[in-house]
Structures are given as structure tokens and as C-alpha cells.
Design a protein around this ligand. Sequence first.
Ligand SMILES: *[C@@H]1O[C@H](CO)[C@@H](O)[C@H](O)[C@H]1NC(C)=O
Ligand SMILES: *[C@@H]1O[C@H](CO)[C@@H](O)[C@H](O)[C@H]1NC(C)=O
Length: 544
Amino acid sequence: MRSPTPARLALALVAALAAAALLGGVAAAAATEEAYVTLLYGDEFVLGVRVLGKSIRDTGTRRDLVVLVSDGVSDYSRKLLQADGWIVSHITLLANPNQVRPKRFWGVYTKLKIFNMTSYRKVVYLDADTVVVKSIEDLFKCGKFCGNLKHSERMNSGVMVVEPSETVFKDMMRQIDTLPSYTGGDQGFLNSYYADFANSHVYEPDKPYTPEPETQRLSTLYNADVGLYMLANKWMVDEKELRVIHYTLGPLKPWDWWTAWLVKPVGVWQDVRQTLEESLPGTGGGRSPHDQLVVKVLFILPVLLLSFGYYQSCFQTNKELLNIRSLCAFARRDRYKYKSEEAFPSYSVMGVSSSAFANSNQRFSNGMHSKLPSYFGALTVLACFMSAGVSFAFAFAIIPKQIMPWTGLLLMFEWTFVSFFLLFGSYLRFVYRWGSLDANHVGHSRFDSSENHMVTGRHHNMSDCDIDATFYWTGMAIIAIVTVLLPTLLGVTALFAKLGLMVAGGVVLASFMTYASEHLAISAFYKGQRDRNVSRSRSICFLF
Ligand SMILES: *[C@@H]1O[C@H](CO)[C@@H](O)[C@H](O)[C@H]1NC(C)=O
Ligand SMILES: *[C@@H]1O[C@H](CO)[C@@H](O)[C@H](O)[C@H]1NC(C)=O
């Protein structure tokens, strides 16, 4: 009798192990036959992938969620997506063969690699700027290649059902340099590759075609374009049946805080985002620990800055405060004293500002015998608008992009106002000094009698210079706030109505800014003249 040799035993063992591995492999393959797939080229879209993943999991699927990441994605983002439940798979970029293409399209041909994911029987591909609002599990029943038509006959590659196949992938790679791409990217290539796509049948989950067609069209429900919504101000399909929303509006991506204020369907995306779990510390609700810190600093910094400035200028001594009171009283006395005078010089003015400028001149010039230059009004308006523009751009630049819409808006107001206050306030300080220098050089002696003398009899009874200045500053702030919030308050969502409202608000704001800036500047100038003998007082406290 032959006893089994050790070699034979080992062989049997290996065979058994191999069989077990094979069975296990089959079982594993069965569990993960189908997958949802998306692509990530950089950290900017990570929040989009997180929200997409959450929206898919919320439909109750048990299928794999695979994100293909390229080198541009940081280790932290990969860990975060893994913690969210994504299978993170690294891929190298596929070079874009087109010489003429948008710059951001350098790696988009990489999307073709989903045709090479042969470990899956079928994959549903979704762009990172999509969100699933209702189960799309029935898409896995779609045939070899399913996509969605846009612009009548163009296939959109934002949502696709693909049956991975080495043959197809190799065939694509062979033709990658020869087939034209109307977009300069993968979408144009696929339109050329599936040249007859526009003639495909519409996919109906309950009515499979036999034999299975090469390509099938998905209904708009599976790839509802926000761009179309914006034009019509409604979905062109049954809203209750909507499955996937695609945020296609170029730079208006749903994760940027301002988009929620412009594009209504972003609300759906933000709602999903709010429910994101804290997969890594500080990432609940789609927050980022880094941004949270920046937001806190940004909220507190202007408050500290202003209170420090105010403390410096006003509360150093009580004497200073008294000084300001007495200044205003002095100003009032001055006015009444000269009120009886018959003739006031009137100054030539230019541009849109003439009326406000002339009025102010008459109003503030009582007793002042020196002349404002003719370009003063235009200079002031220019300074005001440039301050506003620079403040807005600065605020926009320093605020993190992917924070919550309300946080973004509040920070935007805070920083725009503070920057504007500091910038235009500096201009007013400059005008104030100009006024006092002017008074010192010219003194009271000069009175140009060749000026056109005019008595208007319109002398305002200003109660207090502080109150006057406060009115102009707060007026500008309130009009700005109302202009921005008006469409939201009125519930206007239509793009053009919204734009119209904002333009109208902008016109009102610009007019008021013109008016207010001149009053503030002229007031500052004459205050400078009045205060020439008083020790220099701080301007920030009484804002002119
Ligand atoms: C396609 O998939 C195969 C098998 O997974 C792999 O060996 C090959 O490198 C892939 N090709 C490309 C271009 O990624
Ligand atoms: C205007 O000034 C006069 C003189 O001080 C005062 O009696 C009057 O109440 C003021 N009017 C208004 C509306 O403030």
C-alpha cells in the first residue's frame, strides 16, 4: 500500500486552497458585480463626491461605490472618501490627444477608463457634480451602453451605464487619436465613437429589447440639466419622477456658497450635504476643519479691528468725546452765524453728481470762503466706487468657497462693509486733511467775487453731524443688503427676473452711493477747514 508522499499532500492542499480561493473569488465577484462609479481629478470636487455618495447610499443600495482618483487628489481626501464608504481606486491620467481644447480638459479622457473596469459586469457612471434624488438601481438593467441626449443629438457623458469590456476599451484606445471630438474632451470622443447614438431607443426598465441594442438613450429624468431649469424656471419633466440632477452651469458648482443664492435646485444638493456624517473629525455636514477655523477668524477679526479702532479714537480720553460734541455744536453755531449772510459762492460741478454736489456746497459752505476744485465731485464718486469694488473683490477672495450659503453671505457682507468703511474712510480722512491744509493756506481772506452768486434759501437744519453721517453710512449698507436679499425675500427664482431685480437694486444703490459719498466728502472737507485751529481730531469716530 502506497502512503501519500509529502509532495502529494502538498499538491492536494494547494488544489484545495486554490478551489477555496476560486469559490471565494466568485462569491466576492457576485457581491460586487455592479458598481456606481465617479471620477475625481482634484480636491476641489471632493465635497461633490461626498454628497453624491451620500445621495446614492440614501437610496438604500448595496452596490459598490467606486471613486477613481488621479494624482491630483490629496491623501486626506482619499482617507475622507474611504471613511465615507467609497472604494478609492487610483488611476493614472489618460492624456488628451486634442491640441485645441479648454485648459481644464487636460485629463478628461481618463473617463474612458471606466470601460476598462472589467472586474465589474456593469457600472453606472455619474459625474461628481450630480446628485441622486431617487433610486436609480433600475439603470443596472440597461444594455451595453446607455447615455442621455442633450442639445437634440449630442450624448452627454455626465450619467452613463457601461458594460466594461476589454475589447471595447482597446478599440477606443486604438481610435483615440483619429476620432474627432467636438468638445475637445471625452464627451466629444464618445459622440464620435457612438456615432449613431442619437437614433437609439429610449431605455424603459420594464420593457427590455431583444436582442439587446448596442446603445440606448436614458430619459432626461436620469440626467436633469440645471441649465435647462434656469432658462424655464421649472423642470421640463415630472418633478416627482426626477432621479438625477446634474449641475452643469459652468463655474456655478453647487459646493460654492454663492451658487445657492443664484440657482434654486442647489437647495436639493445642500440638503443632502447637511446630512453628511462626521466620517473624519470635523467633517460632518460637509464641513472642512480648515475652513471652520478660517471662518471663525474671519467673523471675529473685523469686530476686533473696529472695536480697537473705535477705542483708540474715541475712548482714549473723555476729553476727546467731549471734543467731538463741541465740534458739532461749533459747526451748528457757525452755520447760524453765517446764515444771515446774503451771498454764497457757488461752485462749478461736473458729471452725474452735479445736483447733490451743488446742494451740499451751498449747504456746507456757509462761512467758508475757499473753493472746492471742480473735479472734487468726480474724484469722490470715483473713490467711492473703487472702494466698493475693491472691497467686494477682496471679501470674495478671502472667504473660503465651500462654506454654507448663509455663512458665506454673512461673511461677504461683513468683509465688504468693513473694507469699504476703511477704504472710503481713508479717502475721507485725506479730504479732511486737505480741507484743513486748504484753510491754512488760503485763510479767510480770499473771496472770489467773480463767482456766480446765488441765494437758494434752502438751508437744512441739521440736527447733528453725527446723525447725518450715520444716515449716509447705514443707508448705503441697508440698500446693499436689500438689493442682495430682495429676490430671496420675494421668492423670485426665475433667472431673468432675479437679474432684473438685482440690476434695479444696483442702480438705486449706485445713485445713493453717489449722493452719500459727496455729502460725506464735502462735510469732511469743511470739517477740516473748521478744525484747522483745533488739534487734529480723529475721524473714524464721527465718520464725517
Ligand atoms: C485595463 O485593465 C487591465 C486589467 O485590469 C489593466 O491591466 C490595464 O493596465 C488597463 N489599461 C489601462 C490603460 O488602464
Ligand atoms: C432748526 O433749528 C432751530 C434753531 O435752533 C430750532 O429751533 C428748530 O427746532 C430746528 N428745527 C428742526 C427741524 O430741527
